[in-house]
Design a protein around this ligand. Sequence first.
Ligand code: ADP
Length: 555
Amino acid sequence: MTDTGRPREREDHRGARRSRHRRRRIVLSELALTITFTLAVGLGLAQRGALDSTAVFLAGWALNLVVLALCCTLPWSRISGRWVILVPLADFVAIGLARAAAGDALSGVGLLAAFPVVWIAASRVRTAATVAITVVAALAIIWFPLVAQPGPVTVDTLIDPILLPIMLTGLAWFVSELTKADRRRQEALSASQAALRESVEAGRARERLLGTVLDTVSVGVLAVDAHGDDILMNARQREGHAAAAPPGNDDPSEAELLIFGEDRVTPIPPERRPVLRAISGEGLDGEQVWVGTGRSQRALGISSRSMHDDDGGFAGTVVSFNDVTALLQALHAKDDFLSNVSHEFRTPLTSILGYLELSLERGESLPDGVAGYLQVARRNALRLERLVEDLLAINAGTFEVHPVPTDVGRILAEAASSSLLRATRAGIRLENHAPAGLPAVADPLRLAQAVDNLLSNAVKYNRRGGSITLDAALGGDGLIVRVEDTGIGIEAEELHQVFDRFFRSSSVRSSTVQGVGLGLLITKSIVSEHGGSITVTSEPGVGTCFSMLLPQPTR
Ligand code: ADP
């Protein structure tokens, strides 16, 4: 209620002020004439003999006094602006009476008409109308006495006092034009003031909106200018800043904040701290740090973008702080779980494999068919053992390789022949184009594992009637091994994730093709340990090509 009433109160207040201002203007304008008129009356009375008719002269003055009294008392706020013009018109009449009664000695009293002329010219009346009114009123003032007096009216007597109307008309025109120009300036000024007010209002509204948005989001936001001084910090960031403060220091500088690296204990030197680097214009993308100590220690992902002014110059930086503590804790919990489970699997698996080997050694003494069953059980136990080894190796983060001079041609031929059966069963053609003897330096077991992974994927993610090509060559950069297939391919937006832990493409996740998303990560680790690199190109529905490059020692 009070809120909606406030604008109306303000409007009423403004209306009352405008009305007071209007009355003041009218009264002061009229008062200027009345004072001058009164002095002229004094002058006229002082030389009583010079006046043609004292009574008429005083009647003119009295009329002016009445007009002044009306100006002071009329309720101008309720009277339309158009009627105000009656005031100077009434003044013309008062001045006309005074001039008619003044006689030759005081004929200059007609110059008082300049007051109403200026009044009309300065009002909103058009120039042409102002000039017309002035001409009519001035002629009436000079000719009325001639017509009213006894005696002949000749052209000469009419022309004689014509200077007064000419002067008044010139004055009317001049003041009217001046006022018009001034009013246009005023209007332009008011329009630009209104536009300025509007844009200030809009700016304030945007600022309020931004403030609310920034305090609602769960990300800390800090903006600094080109000199590194804070220009904005949202509520979340204020909390984060406080959490990073050393105990007992309520207003730490950036260099004093407790910021640690990935291990949570090694302080990051001030010049390497993400915020300071961001402030100096470096763009960050989710750089991770730990802030604070003890139980309240938090992990933050820090990103930043530079701001630029209209000329493209550096204008400051916006830095965002995303609390990723819960995510990291969940990832660590998952890694710990996998590692623990893998360890727990290893001992019983070793035992199972041992007893299977022992049983198989009995050979012919086994009942019919049992040896076959045991072979299947051993194969699957070996697969499980490999998976457990892979999980442990990945968690440990290392894949030891021992590169030695080896015949890569033979390794690739063996890998191709062991995948051939699976490929043929799936209706896929597998061709090995690698040369038979290809000497290179590599870890034979690990290289075989990497090629196995790629060939196994090329079979799994292929279609009946498709093909796989295995190729290898020694080039200037080292040994290149390529596995190309005409399978289902990988979407462009997923391609950069294929070497990520547990990644499986969206189309594969919904299919029956089995996998855990570790093969390519292991392959990449093997290649990296050789000091090499692996790349992939793919087109959905057309096929995929993996290419491994293993640098060779120079001879
Ligand atoms: P897995 O095969 O056990 O799922 P990988 O790490 O070997 O795990 O592969 C990761 C994912 O990459 C696969 O799930 C599949 O979506 C995609 N991928 C790998 N190789 C190919 C390929 N040759 N063609 C199409 N997609 C592939």
